[in-house]
Structures are given as structure tokens and as C-alpha cells.
Ligand binder design. Structure first.
Ligand code: 13P
Length: 241
């Protein structure tokens, strides 16, 4: 059975105080959320511990936005799997396009992070996606296939979520046509050995397009940036029709 996973990626937004304010406002929306939907908030590192203490009923899972492949060591600015699991983190985003674009993340480092995440008991959310230029050049299929192939070497597909995030749709309001997102996600699935991997769509997901996105048969959830920052809009998203 493919699980529905609705995740918010807060990127570099919200202090601890702002995170707790969000949670207070967001919690009532969860009363209406069907049990079979996994709700995840990927907050900045600084908010994880305090959020974890305030979510003891477990209806919302916590996610981080990166993880290093070593358990500890001289890696200034990085964070390890045990540091995250100790404070109750369950998920971690790996290979987001912003890390690939601005912080030198490669398929090789993505692969190492994925394996380490699983080794330390975290479920990685692997992000893949093409640029506008690559799409216009007709390279979408080959780019995605290549990322999936390289990123997933020796990765356990039983403990994995994938997010298809076309880079040109991120933060632009320019959502990928739902049928096209469905098609690409189907292609990703055809490359996997485990047919039950949940595959999300990400890129300008909003309250007014969530119902249409989730109606697509291949799409098992969403990874939401901007619209996950307000309790009202993320509440509408987790309670899609
Ligand atoms: P937006 O929802 O703001 O387009 O961001 C998508 C994203 O990057 C989620 O990881």
C-alpha cells in the first residue's frame, strides 16, 4: 500500500517562537485529517527540539532538511542522523534542488546522505526535478531517470519517499500541469524495484490546486514550501478533498 505523505518544507523560515505559534494554530485543522494521511513538518534545525516536545501525540511527524553521512566528525555546519533521531525527528529531505543549486550537492553526496539517513532510522524524502532549460530541451525524462539511478544506488526502497519537484515550478506560482506531474511520477515509479514507494509532487502547491493534484492516480502526496508556512493554508492542504 502506498502511503499518503503531506509534508511542509519550511526552508529557512520561522524562529522557535514562530514555529510554536504555527503549531497552536495548525493543530485544530488536524482534527479533520483522515488517519491514513501522514503529516510532516520539515522545520529549521533550531525549531526541531521544541516542536518535538509540543507534538507528543504524534499526529504530526517532524522532518529535517538535510543530514550528513557520518555519525559524527569534523564537518562544520553539518548535522548527523543520531542528532536528529535523538530529538524525535522521523523524516529528512535529501537532495532538494536548492541544495543542489546553491550548496554543491551532487548525486554522489545525495546517495551517501540517503544511505546514512536510513542507517540511522530516518525516512529520507529524495527530491528530483529538472530545470526549465532542461524541460524545454526535451531532457526531462533523461534527467530524472539519471538522478533516480544515481541517487538510489544501494538505497533501501522500503524506507523511502520521493518528491518530484520540477525546479521551474518551485516558488514561482507556475505549477506543473497535474497530468504532466502524474506522467513523470509514473515514469519514476517504473524505474523503482518497490512499487509501494510514496512519490510526492512539489512546486507551487496551494490550497486552490491541492484537490486536483491529489486526484491524480500516481501522486501520493505533496511537498509544500510557501503554502506550508501559514496554518490556514497548510490546514486546507492536509485536509484536501
Ligand atoms: P513552493 O511550494 O514554495 O513552490 O516550494 C516547493 C518546494 O521547494 C518544497 O520543497
Amino acid at each position: 500500500m502506498r502511503k499518503i505523505v503531506i509534508a511542509g518544507n519550511w526552508k529557512m523560515y520561522k524562529t522557535q517562537v514562530e514555529s510554536l505559534e504555527f503549531l497552536q494554530e495548525f493543530k485544530p485543522h488536524l482534527d479533520e485529517t483522515p488517519d491514513d494521511r501522514e503529516v510532516v513538518l520539515c522545520t529549521p534545525y533550531t525549531a526541531l527540539a521544541i516542536m518535538s516536545k509540543s507534538m507528543h501525540n504524534g499526529r504530526v511527524q517532524l522532518g529535517a532538511q538535510n543530514v550528513h553521512w557520518e555519525e559524527s566528525g569534523a564537518f562544520t555546519g553539518e548535522i548527523s542522523g543520531p542528532m536528529l533521531t535523538e530529538i524525535g525527528v522521523r523524516y529528512v529531505i535529501v537532495g532538494h534542488s536548492e541544495r543542489r543549486q546553491f550548496f554543491g550537492e551532487t548525486d554522489e553526496t545525495v546517495n551517501r546522505r540517503l544511505k546514512a539517513a536510513q542507517q540511522y532510522g530516518l525516512i529520507p524524502i529524495l527530491c528530483v526535478g529538472e530545470t526549465k532549460q532542461q524541460r524545454d530541451a526535451g531532457e526531462t525524462e533523461s534527467i530524472i531517470a539519471n538522478q533516480i539511478k544515481k541517487d538510489l544506488v544501494d538505497v533501501d526502497q522500503q524506507k523511502l519517499v520521493i518528491a518530484y519537484e520540477p525546479i521551474w515550478a518551485i516558488g514561482t506560482g507556475d505549477t506543473c500541469e497535474t497530468k504532466e506531474a502524474n506522467r513523470v511520477i509514473g515514469l519514476i515509479r517504473s524505474q523503482l524495484s518497490n512499487a509501494n514507494v510514496s512519490i510526492q509532487y512539489g512546486g507551487s502547491v496551494k490550497p486552490d490546486n491541492i484537490d486536483e493534484i491529489m486526484a491524480q492516480p500516481e501522486i501520493d502526496g505533496v511537498l509544500v514550501g510557501g503554502a506550508s508556512l501559514q496554518a490556514e493554508s497548510f490546514g486546507r492542504i492536509v485536509n484536501y478533498n
